[in-house]
Design a protein around this ligand. Structure first.
Ligand code: DX5
Ligand code: ZN
Length: 219
């Protein structure tokens, strides 16, 4: 069994102390930085854009996992590659030509991920799963941190795991939204590989210990 990964979502950081919070994650047991880019069109919120990501990357020493919640993501693939993203995830619901978009991401040297909204079936990935480095199952409706976890996620994870195994793919399963110590173990048992955690980590009184305990819980 490969190691399970923890990806704190910077959306929940203190943006007035961003360098401090990035260094705190550098010095924790976390594996990745999860970066949420929202355009106010695909989701009803705007997070931050390229200048902020550039400065995060300047200080970050771990894998940069960028989650694009934007329409027409193809326009910005090269920009995110140039900034230094390791993984670029686009939404299934935002891509008419998903296969083309995935190939374009991989052509830059980045890993390609596809995110699914809570209502989107994992079975829609049947014909593209072998091309995907990661699938991000949204366990909240995208747009905001701090929402509560949607329980139907467990069965989606199991169904996706079954699809990945059946197709002999090596796709990682990431869970994003409302992840805490209450659901982490059950998610991993269902097949999850990467757990994104925003509020649970950054709003904790001791984020470093919170990451350490979450990691211990799933590995
Ligand atoms: C939601 C974002 C998530 C969010 C998770 O649209 O994609 O990554 O930051 O935050 P929590 O863990 O607080 O639900
Ligand atoms: Zn996210």
């Amino acid at each position: 069994m490969s190691e399970k990964l923890i990806a704190p979502s910077v959306l929940a950081a203190d943006f007035a102390n961003l360098q401090r919070d990035v260094e705190m994650i550098n010095n924790s047991d976390a594996d990745w930085f999860h970066i949420d880019i929202m355009d106010g069109v695909f989701v009803p919120n705007i997070s931050f854009g390229m200048p902020v990501l550039r400065d995060i990357i300047k200080h970050a020493t771990k894998t940069i996992d960028v989650h694009l919640m934007i329409v027409d993501p193809d326009r910005y693939i090269q920009t995110f590659a140039d900034l230094g993203s390791t993984i670029l995830t686009v939404h299934y619901e935002a891509c008419t030509h998903l296969h083309r978009t995935v190939q374009a991401i991989k052509a830059t040297g980045m890993k390609a991920g596809v995110a699914l909204n809570p209502h989107t079936s994992v079975h829609l990935l049947e014909d593209v799963i072998q091309d995907l480095d990661m699938v991000c199952i949204m366990s909240v409706n995208p747009g905001f941190g701090g929402q509560s976890f949607i329980e139907n996620t467990y069965s989606k994870v199991s169904a996706l795991k079954e699809l990945i195994t059946r197709k002999n793919a090596s796709t990682l399963i990431e869970i994003d939204g409302g992840v805490t110590n209450k659901n982490a173990k059950q998610l991993v048992d269902a097949g999850a590989d990467v757990l994104v955690a925003g509020s649970y980590v950054f709003k904790a009184s001791d984020p470093v210990t919170t990451v350490k305990e979450l990691r211990k819980l799933v590995n």
